[in-house]
Write a protein that binds this ligand. Structure first.
Ligand code: ADP
Length: 210
């Protein structure tokens, strides 16, 4: 059986607050009781929830315990991504540092002709202070991680897949890209960023049953 995102949320809410009335579930989701009725019937009919009259809903643990895993596999990066912060290849390391502070981010994406060409992180920039480079004249391309090494996701990648990449490759953020073909060649347009903060926010929301 395929559940939708709202049904997973309802299961989570019931699990953490049982017994809970339909009205209370609706309040937590900022929806009306009527809107939730079909979801609650599906969950009750499939045996995942038990409804006791005048008491409320209970969660029925049927070995169906990996709710978070199922939810993260279903949720798309496009639904939780943040706005990307980009600079253009050729801009200076100094400008990159200023952007990092102004935009309050840890990683900046570098674009060339509008398409992704590099990633520059806090540590990449910090490293430049150890050499003798002139920060105002040295282009950011010198210190960025180049395209062929960039780990990225697309908007319809699952959040689960994105979290695995962040952990496996030990990076703080992934550019969210859209593949574009120009003259038979593939380019990556930057449409967002997915960061450790996105993950933390998501878990806070799950914990609070939002
Ligand atoms: P920090 O500099 O704060 O440690 P990261 O751990 O994200 O931040 O970056 C570590 C290194 O990995 C840096 O050299 C950075 O350029 C590179 N990097 C960051 N994000 C990515 C990514 N999505 N794909 C490939 N390399 C990345």
């Amino acid at each position: 059986m395929e559940l939708n995102a709202r049904q997973y949320k309802i299961l989570d809410i019931v699990k953490n607050n049982q017994p809970i009335t339909g009205e209370e579930i609706a309040q937590k989701l900022n929806l009306t009781r009527a809107t939730l009725r079909p979801d609650l019937s599906i969950l009750t009919m499939s045996g995942l929830l038990e409804a006791r009259p005048r008491v409320g809903y209970f969660y029925v643990d049927k070995g169906f315990t990996n709710i978070t895993g199922d939810y993260l596999k279903k949720l798309k990066v496009g639904e939780v991504k943040s706005l990307p912060i980009v600079i253009t290849e050729g801009q200076s390391i100094y400008e990159a540092i200023v952007t990092l502070f102004l935009e309050d981010v840890g990683t900046i994406y570098v674009v060339k002709d509008g398409f992704l060409s590099g990633v520059v992180s806090r540590k990449d920039l910090l490293k430049t202070t150890m050499g003798k480079a002139n920060l105002e004249t040295t282009p950011v391309d010198v210190v960025m991680t180049r395209l062929s090494h960039i780990i990225f996701v697309e908007e319809d990648s699952s959040v689960y897949e994105a979290i695995k990449k962040i952990i496996n490759y030990q990076v703080d953020s992934l550019p969210v890209v859209k593949k574009v073909i120009v003259d038979g060649k593939e380019y990556l347009e930057v449409v967002g960023r997915f960061t450790k903060t996105n993950i933390a926010k998501l878990f806070l929301e799950l914990a609070e049953g939002k």
